[in-house]
Design a protein around this ligand. Sequence first.
Ligand SMILES: Cc1cc2nc3c(=O)[nH]c(=O)nc-3n(C[C@H](O)[C@H](O)[C@H](O)COP(=O)(O)O)c2cc1C
Length: 221
Amino acid sequence: MNKTILILSLISFTFSGIASGENEVIPLPEPIKDGGVSLEKAISIRRSTRAFKDEPLTIEEVGQLLWAAQGITGEGGFKRAAPSAGALYPMEVYVVAGEVEDLPAGLYHYNVQEHALEQMREGDPRTEFEKVTVNQGMVTDAPITIILTAVYERTTVKYGDRGIKYVWIEAGHIGQNICLQAEALGLGTTTIGAFRDDKIKELLEREKEEPLYVLPVGVKP
Ligand SMILES: Cc1cc2nc3c(=O)[nH]c(=O)nc-3n(C[C@H](O)[C@H](O)[C@H](O)COP(=O)(O)O)c2cc1C
């Protein structure tokens, strides 16, 4: 690992630490890197799914989705599953977990370096979450919802105001990875942009992070 990568890893780790606090850390299962569904198949079957079966996700599926979003894929534990301007990784990933096998319902932060979930809050947060997403009922039906937030400064420190545009582009990359990974797992998701920024900040207690994308994931009906 060269010096720049080491410094950036430390910055990224420090930000994750701030986001996580001292809560319980739950390791996620090792992600699969050679699943049976081709990329072309996943692209061709991808469709927004707004209703879900009343079935839980497995912790393996949750881990796989989070890995596709921001998992470490590069040598030396640094580079991630989605491209990032300057490899500055401005995004944080959260999970509203209602029904997941072997995972207590709660609000979680994805610890990228450890491929683990940090519990932020216990109890099913989904009903409260529906208000956050302008009453889009699918978030209460979905067993989980993934939230992407951004710390703009990680990117604007290098690129100035143009960095904001880069962060938005990155949210698209990550969102598409989640969509295609969901399809490859036989699951469905929708990319939600209609939500209350202030309410998400409140829910997450992350005033300084900008919520950018909300993706409920569940078993297709
Ligand atoms: C940036 C963005 C925001 C979106 N916001 C919402 C939303 O708030 N609620 C919703 O039901 N769908 C939302 N969608 C999904 C679109 O409605 C959907 O992608 C479009 O109808 C095309 O259908 P498809 O995804 O099945 O191909 C959003 C999509 C994008 C890219």
